[in-house]
Ligand binder design. Structure first.
Ligand code: NDP
Ligand code: 2IT
Length: 450
């Protein structure tokens, strides 16, 4: 038996049987079910209403062909996905990922987690996720545009401002959102909010680009203040990844007085003992779309190392994994602990393996789970939807202030839930329970059609 409750054990066995060969999805479901043990013990009404059985099965899962023509005139075919996981509290909401590793398991784990994350933001958004096994690396501008247009030609049959509102994720930024939105606009002759992460001036919200990274640091600052009477100021930090989330995590970390000394991309990591120069990283990654190894060629004293794993052996106070799922193994976690890490906060989705999380928690590391600590991106997406509905734009300062408040509330709601359900400070459990309860109450209230 993996669970104390035979009811949860039965649900998990059914999920395993229905979703064979989907390890990421099963990993995400198992973690949430483990967190729900004390809820099941207290809330027979939710058990009777079959809430959990319903939550682990997506409301809808769409898979589609994405044909496009490359620069050589050859037809290419990719596989697209959209999972609409749960709409009990609002339209499905969640990003689109373009990466060769995208498959049903990855999209379903992301969509499942998104349901709880969106609930934690306090905004009325359900959970969804999508993407494609298209690899944007090495593609020309024209190829990316034609691919995005083809992807949207099918996706638009399934989305809508009150139905499902995708956004960016790995491999999808303002450029890709622009091409997809353009195609939607051309084919529908409407300007409705079917995507967030649009460019400012084309319906986008100020501070959406920064939101996930900034939000992560607002969460860490609140956690340190509340639990340790401490702050980011003066801390040595490592940030994995060098994409959207990582870059703006570094920006806010530096603003708060921390020093980020290392970052990576999928080829290797850079170490700069004097602190990463973010303008150089932005030029390499946002403007040139080049490799991080360039950094060491441009910044005297900086080192480049092939391969990613070495980053976790660098001594730091705070580790912010901001690249991809399962990037921190048990071995990496042990290295961080041995070097005295104080905080690990997840910017990416599910970057720590279950074994790594156990090591952090057993050793008293303040551990912030993705659903809570990276919710800033989708929160500002929710604020973009809100501004679009009002036909109005808030200033950067207004959006940023709302983001900060939302992240502080997510920390406190997760912490309070961990206390109420008997494991004070276990934010994995607290975030899962707080996110779950809101959706569960809505599903119960709505009857069994969800
Ligand atoms: P980007 O595509 O902008 O950046 C991804 C970064 O991660 C790149 O530096 C990439 O390197 C690196 N990376 C990807 N795969 C691997 C790998 N297997 N090993 C090492 N490095 C890798 O994506 P985002 O910054 O948007 O997303 C990063 C994470 O944050 C994802 O888990 C995403 O789901 C999550 N997230 C994103 C949000 C958003 O609003 N964008 C919101 C909340 C969470 P390379 O360039 O070499 O591929
Ligand atoms: O994982 C995530 O929360 C995102 N990629 C952001 C989703 C969104 O709708 O802004």
């Amino acid at each position: 038996m993996e669970f104390k409750s035979s009811y949860l054990q039965g649900i998990y066995e059914t999920v395993c049987k229905r979703n064979p060969n989907e390890p990421e999805f099963l990993q995400a479901v198992k973690e949430v079910l483990e967190s729900l043990e004390p809820v099941v013990a207290k809330r027979q009404d939710l058990v009777d209403a079959g809430i959990i059985e319903r939550m682990v099965e997506p409301e809808r899962f769409v898979q589609f062909r994405v044909p496009w023509v490359d620069d050589a005139g050859k037809v290419q075919v990719n596989r697209g996905f959209r999972v609409q996981f749960n709409s009990a509290i609002g339209p499905y909401k969640g990003g689109l990922r373009f990466h060769p590793s995208v498959c049903a398991s990855v999209i379903k784990f992301l969509g499942f987690e998104q349901t709880f994350k969106n609930s934690l933001t306090g905004l009325p958004m359900g959970g969804g996720k999508g993407g494609c096994d298209f690899d944007p690396k090495g593609k020309s501008e024209g190829e990316v545009m034609r691919f995005c247009q083809s992807f949207m030609t099918e996706l638009m049959k399934h989305i809508g401002p009150d139905t499902d509102v995708p956004a960016g994720d790995m491999g999808v930024g303002a450029r890709e959102i622009g091409y997809m939105y353009g195609q939607f606009h051309r084919l529908s002759n409407t300007n409705s909010c079917v995507l967030t992460g649009k460019r400012v001036g084309a319906g986008g919200s100020l501070a959406r680009t920064e939101a996930t990274g900034y939000g992560l640091l607002y969460f860490v600052e609140e956690m340190l203040k509340t639990l340790k009477n401490d702050s980011v100021k003066g801390k040595t930090i490592i940030v994995s990844g060098s994409g959207n989330v990582a870059i703006y995590a570094v920006e806010k970390a530096h603003e708060l007085g921390g020093k980020v000394v290392a970052m990576y991309d999928s080829n290797g990591y850079v170490y700069d003992k004097d602190g990463i120069k973010l303008d150089v990283i932005k030029q390499i990654k946002e403007v040139e779309r080049a490799r991080i190894s360039e950094y060491a060629k441009r910044v005297p004293g900086a080192e480049y190392h092939e391969g990613c794993k070495g980053i976790w052996g660098i001594k730091c106070d705070i580790a912010l994994p901001c690249a991809t799922q399962n990037e921190i193994s048990a071995e990496d976690a042990q290295k961080l602990v041995d070097n005295g890490v104080l905080v690990v906060a997840e910017g990416a989705n599910m970057p720590s393996t279950p074994e790594a999380i156990e090591i952090f928690q057993k050793n008293g590391v303040l551990f912030a789970p993705a659903k809570a600590s990276n919710a800033g991106g989708v929160a500002v997406s929710g604020l973009e939807m809100c501004q679009n509905s009002m036909r109005y734009n808030w200033s950067f300062e207004e959006v940023d202030a709302k983001l900060k408040t939302i992240m502080q509330e997510i920390f406190h709601n997760s912490f309070n839930a961990s206390r109420e359900f008997g494991d004070e400070g276990n934010l994995v459990m607290g975030a899962n329970i707080a996110g779950f309860l809101k959706v569960a109450e809505a599903m119960k209230w709505h009857g069994v059609a969800y």
